[in-house]
Design a protein around this ligand. Structure first.
Ligand SMILES: Nc1ncnc2c1ncn2[C@@H]1O[C@H](COP(=O)(O)OP(=O)(O)OP(=O)(O)O)[C@@H](O)[C@H]1O
Length: 221
């Protein structure tokens, strides 16, 4: 099985039983292979976040199937979906959403402890990931003491903390100025390549999209 993610004929309409339904996804077919980094490019409002939420098992489609590593996740109860989300998926958002009262290292350690890792192994992995993104020296600092680009690098480490099979990212550098965005995106790509991770990364930035293995377009972009 070479596919980490497969969406087959996925449809989604918001408020479909109400007076003003909003059809967003109309039969999306999409795959991400193991080790592949795919850009998701679309105009604003075309449904990138909706698609990432469905692929990330945070929302369910009205129709169609979502497969993770070959397993049909559609219609499964919450428990296996939550487990799959914890074990197989990593998320990065436009804003880092780090826990403000914890240090950079702790933000990477906590999801590992929640997933059953021991303290020592979790701390070692956090140290390794911070080293990879060039932030070893900021491990004990809280997010507020870090720059926007540094915070986002910590968020990448947190997303990779539990060694997911697939990284889902929604405008991961969209909140940064163009030069920082470029540098931080390079860090993300290096991290993804070094760990052999698969990724589906939504971006408006065509230059960044061009650096990925393949571009999938939604809507008329
Ligand atoms: N809960 C909801 N109820 C009704 N409509 C919604 C809901 N969530 C999203 N939408 C609508 O669905 C469409 C797609 O939204 P989505 O956030 O997926 O787009 P997007 O491509 O990620 O946009 P952006 O790039 O601006 O973040 C938009 O028209 C949005 O207004």
């Amino acid at each position: 099985m070479n596919e980490v993610l497969r969406l087959d004929g996925v449809t989604k309409t918001y408020g479909k039983d109400g007076p003003s339904p909003v059809p967003v996804l109309r039969g999306i077919d999409l795959t991400v292979d193991r080790g592949e980094v795919v850009a998701l490019v679309a105009p604003s409002g075309a449904g990138k976040s909706t698609l990432l939420h469905i692929a990330g098992l945070l929302d369910t489609p009205d129709g169609g199937q979502v497969y993770l590593s070959g397993r049909d996740m559609t219609g499964l109860p919450d428990k296996p979906r939550t487990e799959a989300r914890r074990n197989q998926l990593g998320f990065v958002y436009q804003f880092h959403h780090l826990l403000p009262e914890f240090s950079a290292a702790e933000n990477i350690i906590l999801p590992q402890l929640a997933n059953g890792s021991g303290q020592r192994a979790a701390a070692d992995r956090a140290a390794d990931l911070l080293d990879r993104v060039g932030l070893s020296h900021r491990a004990d600092h809280r997010p507020a003491a870090l720059s926007g680009g540094e915070q986002q690098r910590v968020a990448f480490c947190r997303a990779l903390a539990n060694a997911p099979a697939l990284l889902l990212a929604d405008e991961p550098t969209g909140n940064l100025d163009p030069a920082t965005s470029d540098r931080v995106f390079d860090v993300l790509m290096t991290l993804v390549r070094e760990t052999g991770l698969s990724a589906l990364i939504a971006t408006h930035n065509l230059e960044l999209a061009g650096r990925m293995d393949r571009i999938i377009r939604l809507g008329n972009d």
